[in-house]
Design a protein around this ligand. Sequence first.
Ligand code: NAP
Length: 296
Amino acid sequence: MNICILGAGAIGSLWACYLHNAGHSVSLWTRSSETSISLSLDERPPLVFPCNQESQLANADLLIVTVKAWQVESAIHPIISLLNPSCSIIFSHNGMGAVEAILPQISNHPVLFATTTHGALRKNKNQIQHTGHGQTIIGSLNNLADEQLDKLVEAFDLALPPALSDSNIGQALWNKLAINCCINPLTALNDCRNGELAAKDTLEIIDSLCFEIAMVINAEGFTCDNNELFTRTQQVIEATSANFSSMHQDIHHNRPTEIDYITGYLLQRALTHNIDTPMNKQLFKQIKQKEAQNDH
Ligand SMILES: NC(=O)c1ccc[n+]([C@@H]2O[C@H](COP(=O)([O-])OP(=O)(O)OC[C@H]3O[C@@H](n4cnc5c(N)ncnc54)[C@H](OP(=O)(O)O)[C@@H]3O)[C@@H](O)[C@H]2O)c1
Protein backbone atom coordinates (compact mmCIF):
# COMPACT_ATOMS: atom_id res chain seq x y z
CA MET A 1 0.00 0.00 0.00
CA ASN A 2 0.94 3.65 -0.37
CA ILE A 3 0.69 4.93 3.18
CA CYS A 4 1.02 8.49 4.43
CA ILE A 5 1.45 9.20 8.14
CA LEU A 6 0.22 12.53 9.47
CA GLY A 7 2.24 13.41 12.57
CA ALA A 8 5.79 12.07 12.69
CA GLY A 9 5.90 11.85 16.49
CA ALA A 10 6.59 8.79 18.62
CA ILE A 11 3.72 6.54 17.48
CA GLY A 12 3.66 7.83 13.88
CA SER A 13 7.39 7.22 13.45
CA LEU A 14 7.12 3.76 15.05
CA TRP A 15 4.46 2.71 12.54
CA ALA A 16 6.32 4.37 9.67
CA CYS A 17 9.36 2.17 10.32
CA TYR A 18 7.45 -1.08 10.86
CA LEU A 19 5.11 -0.57 7.86
CA HIS A 20 8.12 0.31 5.66
CA ASN A 21 9.91 -2.85 6.82
CA ALA A 22 6.80 -4.87 5.91
CA GLY A 23 7.12 -3.68 2.31
CA HIS A 24 4.73 -0.71 2.13
CA SER A 25 5.60 2.58 0.52
CA VAL A 26 5.47 5.01 3.44
CA SER A 27 5.65 8.80 3.44
CA LEU A 28 5.21 11.34 6.21
CA TRP A 29 3.35 14.63 6.55
CA THR A 30 4.62 17.04 9.18
CA ARG A 31 4.18 20.71 10.00
CA SER A 32 7.64 21.63 8.74
CA SER A 33 8.73 22.13 5.12
CA GLU A 34 11.31 19.32 4.93
CA THR A 35 10.96 17.03 1.91
CA SER A 36 12.50 13.94 3.48
CA ILE A 37 13.06 12.68 7.00
CA SER A 38 15.43 10.06 8.35
CA LEU A 39 14.21 7.80 11.15
CA SER A 40 16.21 5.30 13.11
CA LEU A 41 14.24 2.72 15.12
CA ASP A 42 15.94 1.19 18.18
CA GLU A 43 19.45 2.14 17.03
CA ARG A 44 18.99 0.38 13.67
CA PRO A 45 20.36 1.98 10.47
CA PRO A 46 18.27 5.03 9.49
CA LEU A 47 15.43 4.81 6.98
CA VAL A 48 14.72 7.80 4.77
CA PHE A 49 11.07 8.71 4.13
CA PRO A 50 9.64 11.21 1.65
CA CYS A 51 7.96 14.01 3.53
CA ASN A 52 5.35 16.70 2.80
CA GLN A 53 5.00 15.73 -0.86
CA GLU A 54 1.52 16.38 -2.22
CA SER A 55 1.91 13.63 -4.86
CA GLN A 56 2.44 11.06 -2.07
CA LEU A 57 -0.69 12.29 -0.33
CA ALA A 58 -2.74 12.19 -3.53
CA ASN A 59 -1.61 8.58 -4.19
CA ALA A 60 -2.10 7.36 -0.64
CA ASP A 61 -4.30 4.28 -0.15
CA LEU A 62 -4.16 4.93 3.59
CA LEU A 63 -3.65 7.99 5.78
CA ILE A 64 -2.74 7.26 9.40
CA VAL A 65 -3.35 10.21 11.72
CA THR A 66 -1.07 9.99 14.75
CA VAL A 67 -1.24 13.49 16.19
CA LYS A 68 -2.55 14.07 19.72
CA ALA A 69 -6.31 14.29 20.25
CA TRP A 70 -6.32 18.09 20.51
CA GLN A 71 -4.27 18.39 17.29
CA VAL A 72 -6.52 16.19 15.10
CA GLU A 73 -8.81 18.82 13.61
CA SER A 74 -6.14 21.42 12.81
CA ALA A 75 -3.78 18.77 11.40
CA ILE A 76 -6.16 16.99 9.04
CA HIS A 77 -8.27 19.93 7.91
CA PRO A 78 -5.71 21.46 5.48
CA ILE A 79 -5.02 18.15 3.71
CA ILE A 80 -8.48 16.62 3.28
CA SER A 81 -8.91 18.09 -0.20
CA LEU A 82 -5.54 16.64 -1.28
CA LEU A 83 -6.60 13.03 -0.61
CA ASN A 84 -8.01 10.60 -3.13
CA PRO A 85 -11.65 9.80 -2.11
CA SER A 86 -10.79 6.09 -1.95
CA CYS A 87 -8.04 6.75 0.63
CA SER A 88 -8.85 5.11 3.97
CA ILE A 89 -8.16 7.18 7.09
CA ILE A 90 -7.12 5.58 10.38
CA PHE A 91 -7.02 7.76 13.48
CA SER A 92 -4.91 6.72 16.43
CA HIS A 93 -4.75 8.76 19.61
CA ASN A 94 -5.81 8.62 23.23
CA GLY A 95 -9.23 9.87 24.21
CA MET A 96 -12.56 10.29 22.44
CA GLY A 97 -14.46 13.08 20.70
CA ALA A 98 -11.76 14.44 18.40
CA VAL A 99 -12.80 12.38 15.36
CA GLU A 100 -16.52 13.06 15.89
CA ALA A 101 -15.82 16.74 15.24
CA ILE A 102 -14.18 16.06 11.85
CA LEU A 103 -16.21 12.99 10.70
CA PRO A 104 -18.81 14.87 8.59
CA GLN A 105 -15.99 16.39 6.51
CA ILE A 106 -14.43 13.02 5.68
CA SER A 107 -17.59 10.92 5.34
CA ASN A 108 -16.74 9.99 1.72
CA HIS A 109 -13.61 8.14 2.97
CA PRO A 110 -13.46 4.80 4.80
CA VAL A 111 -12.72 5.96 8.38
CA LEU A 112 -11.31 3.72 11.10
CA PHE A 113 -9.82 3.98 14.58
CA ALA A 114 -6.77 2.10 15.87
CA THR A 115 -6.17 1.95 19.60
CA THR A 116 -2.75 0.69 20.57
CA THR A 117 -0.92 -0.33 23.72
CA HIS A 118 2.50 -0.27 22.04
CA GLY A 119 4.82 2.23 23.65
CA ALA A 120 7.10 4.56 21.69
CA LEU A 121 9.50 7.28 22.69
CA ARG A 122 10.88 9.93 20.37
CA LYS A 123 14.43 10.44 21.68
CA ASN A 124 14.93 13.18 19.14
CA LYS A 125 13.50 14.08 15.73
CA ASN A 126 15.30 11.18 14.04
CA GLN A 127 15.44 8.49 16.73
CA ILE A 128 12.55 6.36 17.91
CA GLN A 129 12.52 3.74 20.62
CA HIS A 130 9.93 0.97 20.80
CA THR A 131 9.60 1.05 24.59
CA GLY A 132 6.82 -1.46 25.12
CA HIS A 133 5.33 -4.25 23.04
CA GLY A 134 1.54 -4.14 23.05
CA GLN A 135 -1.35 -4.79 20.70
CA THR A 136 -3.45 -2.75 18.29
CA ILE A 137 -7.22 -2.99 17.95
CA ILE A 138 -8.76 -1.56 14.79
CA GLY A 139 -12.43 -0.92 14.05
CA SER A 140 -14.59 0.90 11.52
CA LEU A 141 -16.08 4.31 12.25
CA ASN A 142 -18.28 4.34 9.14
CA ASN A 143 -19.89 1.82 6.76
CA LEU A 144 -17.39 2.49 3.96
CA ALA A 145 -14.62 1.22 6.23
CA ASP A 146 -16.20 -2.22 6.78
CA GLU A 147 -14.90 -3.66 3.51
CA GLN A 148 -11.37 -2.31 4.14
CA LEU A 149 -11.12 -3.50 7.75
CA ASP A 150 -9.74 -7.02 7.24
CA LYS A 151 -7.12 -5.90 4.73
CA LEU A 152 -5.93 -3.07 6.98
CA VAL A 153 -5.83 -5.22 10.11
CA GLU A 154 -3.76 -7.80 8.20
CA ALA A 155 -1.31 -5.09 7.10
CA PHE A 156 -0.86 -3.87 10.69
CA ASP A 157 -0.65 -7.43 11.99
CA LEU A 158 2.11 -8.34 9.55
CA ALA A 159 4.02 -5.12 10.27
CA LEU A 160 3.71 -4.91 14.06
CA PRO A 161 1.75 -7.81 15.56
CA PRO A 162 -0.63 -8.43 17.11
CA ALA A 163 -3.34 -6.34 15.44
CA LEU A 164 -6.97 -7.40 15.80
CA SER A 165 -10.22 -6.18 14.36
CA ASP A 166 -13.09 -5.19 16.63
CA SER A 167 -16.63 -4.89 15.29
CA ASN A 168 -17.57 -2.81 18.37
CA ILE A 169 -14.73 -0.28 18.44
CA GLY A 170 -16.90 2.11 20.51
CA GLN A 171 -16.83 -0.38 23.40
CA ALA A 172 -13.05 -0.83 23.05
CA LEU A 173 -12.54 2.96 23.11
CA TRP A 174 -14.74 3.38 26.20
CA ASN A 175 -12.88 0.52 27.94
CA LYS A 176 -9.59 2.32 27.35
CA LEU A 177 -10.99 5.77 28.19
CA ALA A 178 -12.37 4.45 31.49
CA ILE A 179 -8.93 3.34 32.66
CA ASN A 180 -7.31 6.52 31.33
CA CYS A 181 -9.84 8.60 33.34
CA CYS A 182 -8.45 6.95 36.49
CA ILE A 183 -4.72 6.58 35.87
CA ASN A 184 -3.88 9.68 33.81
CA PRO A 185 -5.16 12.52 36.02
CA LEU A 186 -4.19 10.84 39.31
CA THR A 187 -0.58 10.19 38.26
CA ALA A 188 -0.28 13.74 36.88
CA LEU A 189 -1.71 15.30 40.07
CA ASN A 190 0.29 13.09 42.46
CA ASP A 191 3.44 13.40 40.32
CA CYS A 192 3.98 9.65 40.50
CA ARG A 193 4.49 6.47 38.49
CA ASN A 194 1.42 4.33 37.77
CA GLY A 195 2.36 1.80 40.47
CA GLU A 196 2.08 4.37 43.27
CA LEU A 197 -1.69 4.58 42.67
CA ALA A 198 -2.01 1.20 44.43
CA ALA A 199 -1.98 2.96 47.84
CA LYS A 200 -5.16 2.41 49.88
CA ASP A 201 -6.42 6.02 49.90
CA THR A 202 -5.86 6.39 46.13
CA LEU A 203 -7.67 3.10 45.45
CA GLU A 204 -10.68 4.51 47.32
CA ILE A 205 -10.71 7.49 44.93
CA ILE A 206 -10.37 5.11 41.95
CA ASP A 207 -13.33 3.09 43.26
CA SER A 208 -15.51 6.26 43.25
CA LEU A 209 -14.24 7.22 39.78
CA CYS A 210 -15.13 3.76 38.43
CA PHE A 211 -18.65 4.03 39.87
CA GLU A 212 -19.26 7.33 38.03
CA ILE A 213 -17.56 6.19 34.81
CA ALA A 214 -19.59 2.94 34.64
CA MET A 215 -22.86 4.90 34.92
CA VAL A 216 -21.90 7.08 31.94
CA ILE A 217 -20.74 4.16 29.78
CA ASN A 218 -23.98 2.27 30.42
CA ALA A 219 -26.05 5.37 29.65
CA GLU A 220 -24.14 5.62 26.33
CA GLY A 221 -25.46 2.16 25.41
CA PHE A 222 -22.20 0.27 26.06
CA THR A 223 -21.53 -2.10 28.94
CA CYS A 224 -19.44 -1.52 32.03
CA ASP A 225 -19.58 -3.03 35.50
CA ASN A 226 -17.96 -0.69 38.04
CA ASN A 227 -16.42 -3.53 40.08
CA GLU A 228 -14.92 -5.14 36.97
CA LEU A 229 -13.59 -1.73 35.88
CA PHE A 230 -11.99 -1.25 39.30
CA THR A 231 -10.32 -4.68 39.05
CA ARG A 232 -9.12 -3.99 35.47
CA THR A 233 -7.73 -0.61 36.51
CA GLN A 234 -5.82 -2.24 39.38
CA GLN A 235 -4.42 -4.83 36.93
CA VAL A 236 -3.21 -2.09 34.58
CA ILE A 237 -1.68 -0.18 37.51
CA GLU A 238 0.22 -3.33 38.49
CA ALA A 239 1.26 -4.28 34.93
CA THR A 240 2.51 -0.75 34.18
CA SER A 241 3.72 0.11 37.69
CA ALA A 242 7.10 1.48 36.56
CA ASN A 243 5.62 3.71 33.80
CA PHE A 244 4.83 7.40 33.86
CA SER A 245 1.44 8.00 32.20
CA SER A 246 1.24 10.25 29.13
CA MET A 247 -0.63 12.91 31.16
CA HIS A 248 2.05 12.84 33.84
CA GLN A 249 4.68 13.35 31.13
CA ASP A 250 2.72 16.15 29.47
CA ILE A 251 2.36 18.06 32.76
CA HIS A 252 5.98 17.33 33.66
CA HIS A 253 7.23 18.65 30.29
CA ASN A 254 4.94 21.68 30.38
CA ARG A 255 2.84 20.50 27.40
CA PRO A 256 -0.95 20.60 26.98
CA THR A 257 -2.58 17.35 28.11
CA GLU A 258 -5.33 15.29 26.42
CA ILE A 259 -7.67 15.82 29.44
CA ASP A 260 -10.41 17.44 27.30
CA TYR A 261 -10.66 14.21 25.30
CA ILE A 262 -10.36 11.86 28.31
CA THR A 263 -12.13 13.10 31.47
CA GLY A 264 -13.52 16.07 29.52
CA TYR A 265 -15.29 13.72 27.09
CA LEU A 266 -16.70 11.67 29.97
CA LEU A 267 -18.06 14.83 31.65
CA GLN A 268 -19.60 16.00 28.39
CA ARG A 269 -21.42 12.69 27.92
CA ALA A 270 -22.42 12.62 31.63
CA LEU A 271 -24.03 16.04 31.24
CA THR A 272 -26.10 14.81 28.28
CA HIS A 273 -27.46 11.99 30.45
CA ASN A 274 -27.86 14.13 33.60
CA ILE A 275 -25.41 11.94 35.52
CA ASP A 276 -23.57 13.44 38.47
CA THR A 277 -19.79 12.83 38.31
CA PRO A 278 -18.28 14.93 41.15
CA MET A 279 -15.03 12.99 41.54
CA ASN A 280 -14.20 13.10 37.82
CA LYS A 281 -15.18 16.79 37.73
CA GLN A 282 -12.77 17.53 40.55
CA LEU A 283 -9.85 15.79 38.79
CA PHE A 284 -10.68 17.60 35.54
CA LYS A 285 -10.63 20.95 37.33
CA GLN A 286 -7.32 20.18 39.06
CA ILE A 287 -5.63 19.15 35.79
CA LYS A 288 -6.90 22.32 34.12
CA GLN A 289 -5.39 24.32 37.00
CA LYS A 290 -2.05 22.52 36.52
CA GLU A 291 -2.12 23.23 32.78
CA ALA A 292 -2.82 26.92 33.49
CA GLN A 293 0.09 27.06 35.95
CA ASN A 294 2.32 25.51 33.26
CA ASP A 295 1.30 28.27 30.86
CA HIS A 296 2.97 30.88 33.07
N1 NAP B 1 3.87 7.41 22.53
C1 NAP B 1 3.22 6.34 22.96
O1 NAP B 1 3.82 5.40 23.48
C2 NAP B 1 1.72 6.22 22.78
C3 NAP B 1 1.11 4.98 23.03
C4 NAP B 1 -0.26 4.85 22.84
C5 NAP B 1 -1.00 5.93 22.43
N2 NAP B 1 -0.40 7.14 22.22
C6 NAP B 1 -1.24 8.25 21.78
O2 NAP B 1 -0.92 8.51 20.42
C7 NAP B 1 -1.08 9.90 20.14
C8 NAP B 1 0.25 10.44 19.62
O3 NAP B 1 1.20 10.32 20.68
P1 NAP B 1 2.76 10.52 20.46
O4 NAP B 1 3.40 10.08 21.70
O5 NAP B 1 3.18 9.92 19.17
O6 NAP B 1 2.81 12.12 20.40
P2 NAP B 1 3.91 13.03 19.74
O7 NAP B 1 5.25 12.38 19.82
O8 NAP B 1 3.73 14.41 20.30
O9 NAP B 1 3.47 13.03 18.20
C9 NAP B 1 2.53 13.87 17.67
C10 NAP B 1 3.10 14.40 16.38
O10 NAP B 1 2.10 15.11 15.69
C11 NAP B 1 2.72 16.21 15.08
N3 NAP B 1 1.75 17.23 14.73
C12 NAP B 1 1.01 18.01 15.54
N4 NAP B 1 0.25 18.86 14.84
C13 NAP B 1 0.53 18.63 13.54
C14 NAP B 1 0.08 19.18 12.31
N5 NAP B 1 -0.80 20.19 12.29
N6 NAP B 1 0.55 18.68 11.16
C15 NAP B 1 1.45 17.67 11.16
N7 NAP B 1 1.94 17.10 12.29
C16 NAP B 1 1.47 17.57 13.45
C17 NAP B 1 3.71 16.70 16.10
O11 NAP B 1 4.62 17.52 15.44
P3 NAP B 1 5.81 18.31 16.19
O12 NAP B 1 6.92 17.31 16.24
O13 NAP B 1 6.06 19.42 15.21
O14 NAP B 1 5.29 18.74 17.51
C18 NAP B 1 4.28 15.39 16.60
O15 NAP B 1 5.37 14.98 15.82
C19 NAP B 1 -1.49 10.54 21.48
O16 NAP B 1 -2.89 10.62 21.53
C20 NAP B 1 -0.99 9.56 22.50
O17 NAP B 1 -1.73 9.64 23.73
C21 NAP B 1 0.94 7.31 22.37
